[in-house]
Unconditional design. Sequence first.
Length: 370
Amino acid sequence: MLFNRLDKYIFTQALYGLLIALSAICVAIILVDLVEQLRAISGIKGAGFGTALYFTGLRLPGLVQQTTPLTVLIASILTFTGLSRRSEIIAMRAAGISAWRFLAPLGALAVGLGLVIVLIIGPVAAQLNQKYENIKSNLNSNIVTTLPNSTSRNWTTMPTKNGQVIIYGTLENQNNGTKIYKNGAIFEYQKDGINFIRRIDANDILISATNITANNAMVSATGIANVENANIKIELNKDSRDSTNMDVKSLPIWEIPDAAKKAKASGGSPNKFWLQFYKLLALPITMLSMALFAGLMSISLDRSGGKIQSVAIAIFVGFLMFFLGDMTGLLATSGILPPFIAAFCPPIFILAATLAFFSMREDGEVNFND
């Protein structure tokens, strides 16, 4: 049989621990994000506690998705701490059952949950996050008072019919697909993206689906005199996309490769898209490594004590995993490290180290001199 009574029992206990950990993390996320949303909408007319709570609900699946490895880690600790407290691990060891045996259901639950997150919860979270961004963008036009965070400096790269442009300015508003940049600058290049053509400074820069418009602008170019009060209109390609500021978390996994290709075609970097794509593919491995490591630390010192130390080490390694993921992600988005390596190396390293250490403790050290 694929699962006998013992496997089902351990699987049930792991599922119970997962529900407890998930509930606790969801409550923490709601409380923290609700405060952040109340602060963010404090200057928007007609927005109150209900709006903040609605925004938090839209963001909750995505935030839960980001914390699932930590959730699995805590669930593993809760599961084996409970089994140890009831002396069930001692009984299973006394019966001659290997630790590999009672870690297998936990690993199966972690991998299965990873697949559910990637294929089901992830796409739903992406749609809800996109809905959140759209509603928030529309509400930003109702700001009553000017807050320090009500506007932001943005840069956008996109191809034109004659080359490429880089636009930098303060994004003030977005209506019907048209973006308005205040006190901005346009840097125009040839199609190779290297040879500079001109710089256009304007108080208002409008970006629509077909063109870029800058009125009463100052045009500066090498070798010619500056032109003031010029009206500039730059036509865009059909393939032009404002992909630089696109939120990659608003895309389901099957749309990310196409978005990466469009970002590259528009003159931007596709690294953040490929990084997110490979991170989603590596999520089951990440969750498996976290579950096995937490389970190993929870049961390895069961005979000799030191449970508090082992749990502390498991939590520390969990946070270290997040730190390594963020660090390699920064290296990948900056082009220093390939996104595939940045996404897969941390979980595979933790998984390999866990399996090696666990094999040494359970099966004994191999002496190659014999």
